[in-house]
Design a protein around this ligand. Structure first.
Ligand code: NAP
Length: 259
C-alpha cells in the first residue's frame, strides 16, 4: 500500500492551498466535483512535485460517495495516512427563506460525509497505529449564527466531533483536530450568496490558513484559530451573556457582504 494525503475540496480556496503544501512532500488524493479544475490541479502538482496526485471527481453530498471513494482507493492500493476534511458550503439567508434542499445538501456534505470519512479512515489508522485527521470547522463553531444558522450549527458539530475523537484517540498514535478559521478570502462567500454591498470584514489569506492547519497536524494541536481578534472573540463568547452573543451575531451576519 502506498501512503497518500487525502484532501476534500482541494480545487479552490483553503483546500487548494492544502494541496500545494502537502504535494511538496507526499502523494495526494484530491476530491471535488469540477473535473476541469481537478485535471488542472493534477497537472500543476505533477509539474511542481515528484509526488503523485490522484484525483477523484465526486459530489460528497451524494449518499454512498464516501464508501465508493474508500473502495476505489483500496483497489488502487492507496492508504490514507492524513485526511483533510476541508470541503464545506454555507448559505447566507434567513432560515425560513432558505431552500430545504440546500440545507439538506449542506448537512450531507458538512456533517454526514465528514463523519463517514472520519469513521472509515480512522479504523485503518488505528490498526496501523498512526495517522492524522484534520477537520475544517470555523470560528462559527463557537456560537449560533443567525443568517447562517445551518452552516454554523454544522460547524459546531464538526468541532464537537473532532474534540471528542481527539481524546478517544490518545495513546493510539492517531491525531484528530479541528481547524477553526475566521473569514478567509476564497470563493466561499460568493457561493454562500453573501450580499455585494454591506459590512466588509478583514479576511485571511487561504495559504496562511492552510499553513496553520499543516502545522497543527505536525504539532498535534486539537483546536487552532487564526488571528488575535478571532481568538479574543472566542474568548469573549465564553464570558459574555449568551443573549448578547446572539444579537451581535445577528447584526453582523445580516449586513455582511462579499469582500
Ligand atoms: N472562506 C471562509 O471564510 C471560511 C471560514 C471558515 C471556515 N471555512 C471552511 O473552510 C473550508 C474550505 O472552504 P473555502 O473557503 O476554501 O471554500 P471554497 O473556495 O468555496 O472551496 C470549497 C471546495 O469544496 C469543494 N466542494 C464544494 N461542495 C462539494 C461537494 N458537494 N462535493 C465535493 N466537493 C465539494 C469545491 O469544489 P467543487 O465545487 O468543484 O466541488 C471546492 O474545492 C470549508 O469547510 C468552509 O466551511 C471557510
Amino acid at each position: 500500500m502506498k501512503e497518500y494525503v487525502l484532501i476534500t475540496g482541494g480545487t479552490s480556496g483553503i483546500g487548494r492551498e492544502f494541496v500545494r503544501l502537502f504535494s511538496r512532500e507526499d502523494n495526494v488524493v484530491v476530491i471535488a466535483r469540477d473535473i476541469k479544475a481537478l485535471i488542472q490541479i493534477k497537472k500543476e502538482c505533477e509539474q511542481e512535485s515528484q509526488y503523485h496526485c490522484y484525483i477523484i471527481q465526486k459530489d460528497l453530498s451524494d449518499e454512498g460517495s464516501v464508501e465508493e471513494i474508500y473502495q476505489e482507493l483500496n483497489e488502487q492500493g492507496i492508504f490514507i495516512k492524513t485526511l483533510i476534511n476541508n470541503a464545506g458550503v454555507g448559505d447566507h439567508c434567513l432560515f425560513c427563506e432558505g431552500n430545504l434542499q440546500t440545507y439538506q445538501k449542506m448537512i450531507q456534505l458538512n456533517i454526514r460525509a465528514l463523519t463517514e470519512f472520519n469513521h472509515i479512515f480512522i479504523q485503518d489508522m488505528v490498526e496501523r497505529g498512526k495517522g492524522s485527521i484534520l477537520n475544517v470547522a470555523s470560528i462559527g463553531a463557537f456560537q449560533p449564527g443567525p443568517y447562517m444558522s445551518v452552516y454554523y450549527a454544522s460547524k459546531a458539530y464538526v468541532l464537537s466531533l473532532s474534540e471528542a475523537l481527539y481524546v478517544e484517540m490518545k495513546g493510539t498514535g492517531v491525531f484528530v483536530g479541528a481547524l477553526c478559521p475566521g473569514p478567509t478570502k476564497t470563493n466561499f462567500q460568493q457561493r454562500a450568496h453573501f450580499h455585494n454591498e454591506g459590512l466588509k470584514v478583514k479576511q485571511a489569506d487561504p495559504s496562511f490558513i492552510a499553513l496553520l492547519g499543516y502545522e497543527q497536524i505536525k504539532k498535534r494541536r486539537v483546536i487552532v484559530i487564526n488571528g488575535v481578534v478571532n481568538r479574543l472573540m472566542i474568548l469573549g463568547i465564553k464570558f459574555l451573556p449568551r443573549g448578547l452573543i446572539r444579537q451581535v451575531g445577528m447584526i453582523i451576519q445580516r449586513s455582511r457582504s462579499i469582500d
